[in-house]
Write a protein that binds this ligand. Structure first.
Ligand SMILES: Cc1cc2nc3c(=O)[nH]c(=O)nc-3n(C[C@H](O)[C@H](O)[C@H](O)COP(=O)(O)OP(=O)(O)OC[C@H]3O[C@@H](n4cnc5c(N)ncnc54)[C@H](O)[C@@H]3O)c2cc1C
Length: 386
């Protein structure tokens, strides 16, 4: 058994080496999906970019997540509509759908277009999902309601929404690919290099793309994107094909699918120990790992050997809306993060959005994502997510 994520364990080519002479125009801090997509967009626009990563490319949540590539945001559609308005919610969903298409084109075999199955575990969740289904349908989004569930889920769940545009990633492969592409566009990538202050980068513009991993660079916003731990397991490969499509239920607290090599990848259950999981320490714990083991055993009807166990940190925000824009009290510093556990597509999209903002382009979503709102949060009334 290894504590490395199944995704990061995949062998990979070294990145092309690029060295910039002198100071970069933009320094990107964080080598996950956000930082790599931002650096790529800036370099393609002709800027001199240096990317710093304290560990290795995809060494944070981007190489440790569940691999779900979902449109939309972390909060359910109707909940988001109540919070930011129905027009902005529809715009956000449409934007993530378009970005998911771009991500898929760059990902190659790191993305499989499967759709996703959002399951209801009881009558109450079924009612919530039916409301969400109706809201999506009347908004003109592709969506299907499922009463008949695959045999592996039948009898356990009370219904599901099928989201056709979604898919599943090998997330570390995707991010390594983006990083290689960014290097190809001229980005200097410095792995194993922690940035301690914006000044030391000598860049006029600094983008903090560290989501839940505390960077120490966010001034008065530091800590307001709350570090939250998620844990995952990958079992031994099995012959049966049971979960081709990514499955998630219990308000996103449980998520699982089957990798192409037959392993079951299952994550979540942080609600068995909510308090201890608000931490930036990405280590596994017996209580959550046991819950994941039991979950897989109960679905399969037999225990499976677990070959990989890992943890990662994502950034939770009080209103479950991403945080993209200038850092309020730090001249020249920008942030993109706070995806509340839903950062594969949003990270890709927000990395590109912050790059466009730096290049002077406006977008109505930048108002919705404004970092300043973290300083005066309203009521935190949104549903929990995994
Ligand atoms: C267990 C788990 C499961 C998840 N499952 C899903 C899922 O299935 N689908 C989904 O959409 N989302 C999921 N998420 C969320 C998603 O993984 C993240 O939101 C997304 O990867 C964030 O990407 P990022 O590039 O912003 O940050 P990260 O990938 O976390 O990268 C941030 C990087 O910044 C580096 N760093 C921090 N401070 C500094 C510094 N001062 N100097 C240099 N480097 C620094 C860190 O080392 C880290 O590598 C999950 C998250 C976790 C933890």
């Amino acid at each position: 058994m290894t504590a490395v994520s199944y995704w990061l364990a995949e062998p990979h080519d070294p990145l092309p080496v690029v060295r910039l002479d002198g100071a970069p125009e933009v320094a990107v801090v964080g080598g996950g999906i956000t930082g790599c997509s931002c650096a790529l967009a800036l370099a393609e626009a002709g800027l001199r970019v240096r990317l710093y990563e304290a560990r290795e490319i995809a060494g944070g949540a981007s190489g440790r997540n569940g691999g779900f590539a979902l449109r939309g945001g972390s909060a359910p559609y109707p909940v988001l509509a109540e919070s930011i308005g129905s027009e902005q919610t529809a715009a956000l969903w449409r934007w993530t759908e378009a970005e998911l298409t771009k991500l898929a084109a760059l990902a190659g075999d790191a993305f499989r277009p499967t759709g996703s199955l959002r399951l209801a575990v009881d009558e109450e969740e079924r009612e919530e999902l039916l409301v969400e289904y109706e809201a999506l349908r009347s908004g003109g989004f592709a969506v299907e309601w499922r009463d008949e569930l695959p045999a592996s889920s039948a009898g356990r769940y009370t219904g599901a929404i099928f989201h056709p545009p979604d898919g599943v990633l090998q997330p570390a492969r995707l991010v390594r690919r983006l990083a290689a592409r960014a290097a190809g566009a001229g980005v200097e990538i410095r792995e194993h290099t922690r940035v301690h202050s914006a000044e030391e980068t000598e860049a006029e513009t600094v983008v903090v793309a560290t989501d839940g991993y505390p960077s120490g660079l966010l001034g008065e916003l530091e800590g307001l994107i709350v570090p939250t731990r998620g844990q995952v397991i990958a079992t031994e490969p099995i012959e049966e094909r049971l979960f081709e499509v990514p499955h998630y239920g219990r308000h996103g607290f449980d998520y699982w699918h089957q990798a192409p090599d037959g392993r079951i990848v299952a994550g979540g259950f942080r609600d068995v120990s909510l308090d201890t999981e608000f931490t930036a320490d990405d280590v596994t714990t017996p209580v959550v790992q046991d819950a994941l083991d039991r979950f897989v055993e109960s679905h399969l009807g037999r225990p499976l050997r677990v070959d990989y166990r890992w943890a990662g940190i994502f950034g939770m925000v009080f209103d479950f809306v991403p945080v993209v824009g200038r850092v309020t009290d730090q001249e020249g510093v920008w942030v993109a993060g706070g995806y509340s556990g839903h950062g594969n597509v949003l990270g890709f999209a927000c990395g590109r959005l912050v790059a466009r903002a730096i290049l002077g382009e406006s977008d109505p979503l930048l108002e919705v994502f404004a970092p300043g709102r973290l300083l005066s949060p309203g009521e935190a009334n949104l549903a929990a997510t995994g």
